[in-house]
Design a protein around this ligand. Structure first.
Ligand code: FES
Length: 330
């Protein structure tokens, strides 16, 4: 018996990546790939209803399950295709992944196009202090470095939300996070680590000392903000789709896991209800829509779509599952 067998582990080879991962026997292919840092499409969040998580076994294919036969055609099953979320690893195997969902170079929009009349500038803070505004989208994250002393934007960086490997949309991420505290903390950790690293890199680029960094203001749809606070977002995934919270007290960044910017204050803007969140609120306020005469329609065409009708200081809004296509991702 090999050492591997005694440790009850199996080797998963990924020839496309020239790599190999050793995992505990009994894990699903989906779990093993996540441990290897690889993302798979998983539109149903592992409930065996979408078929988007298919992978092809090049060697060591297990017998096809009832779910494989239901969602994959006979030829595909014969060629070694299986559902990664349903296939348990019991022996060494070799696997090929389908082509990545996000093909080509992805450009994330970070510029703002406002009304002719600019919103009022934030009052300057203490000279030599920095802060950040962070927009956490389901698919993309945008981080703005701000010079609070001069109330000006210094730089911006954007990247794909690393939680994407846990599920491509809010519902699959809600399901993943609800499966256990470890999953919830993993969802928070991968996001916080990426934002922390990105902002620290911007600080280094502009010679802004980390100790002068005082505040991080975050907006996002309700699911993103629940995950950031490690609050189980399950109520957002089932009728009547209500958040556990819409407002949250400010905390130190360290309390949610920031390491480099641990001393900063972390502020989450308030959401509204359901999947209408702080990102929509921030958009309406930043454009100053309530102060203008006339009728305005604000549309946030993200993976979680939000739409707000504003007139004479009053507003009504709604949200919808628009999917990631508007952000250039399948
Ligand atoms: S069938 Fe949907 S994620 Fe596997």
């Amino acid at each position: 018996m090999s050492d591997q067998r005694r440790r009850n582990t199996v080797r998963l080879s990924l020839p496309d990546f020239g790599s190999e991962v050793e995992v505990e026997a009994g894990k699903t292919v989906m779990e093993a790939l996540r441990l290897a840092g690889l993302a798979l499409e998983s539109e149903c969040g592992g409930r065996a209803t979408c078929g988007t998580c298919r992978v092809r076994f090049l060697g060591g294919a297990p017998a096809a399950s009832a779910e494989d036969k239901l969602l994959l055609d006979d030829d595909a099953v014969a060629q070694g295709w299986r559902l990664a979320c349903q296939t348990t690893l019991t022996d060494d195997c070799r696997i090929a992944l389908p082509a990545a969902g996000a093909g080509g170079e992805l450009r994330i929009l970070t510029e703002a196009y406002g009304l002719a009349e600019a919103p009022p500038a934030a009052p300057p803070g203490r000279a030599g202090t920095y802060g950040a505004a962070v927009d956490v989208g389901t698919t993309t994250v945008v981080c703005y470095l701000l010079d609070l002393g001069h109330a000006r934007q210094v730089d911006v960086v954007s990247f794909i939300n690393p939680q994407r490997r846990l599920g491509p949309d809010v519902i699959s991420r809600i399901i993943y996070a609800h499966q256990g505290r470890d999953n919830l903390l993993e969802a928070r950790h991968c996001l916080v680590e990426a934002v922390d690293e990105a902002l620290a890199a911007l600080c280094a680029k502009h010679r802004a000392p980390l100790r002068s960094f005082s505040r991080i203001t975050v907006v996002g749809n309700p699911t993103m903000l629940h995950l950031l606070r490690a609050v189980d977002p399950w109520p957002l995934g089932v009728v009547p789709y209500q958040p556990v919270f819409t407002e949250a007290p400010a905390v130190t960044a360290a309390e949610v896991g920031f390491r480099r910017l641990a001393g900063a204050e972390l502020v989450l803007l308030p959401g509204v209800a359901g999947h209408l969140g702080a990102d929509a609120v921030a958009g309406v306020v930043a454009l100053g829509l309530p102060r203008h005469r006339g009728l305005f329609l604000f549309i946030d065409m993200g993976t979680n779509g939000e739409i707000v009708l504003v007139s004479e200081g009053a507003a009504v809004g709604a949200s919808c599952a628009a999917g990631p296509a508007f952000e250039g991702v399948r």
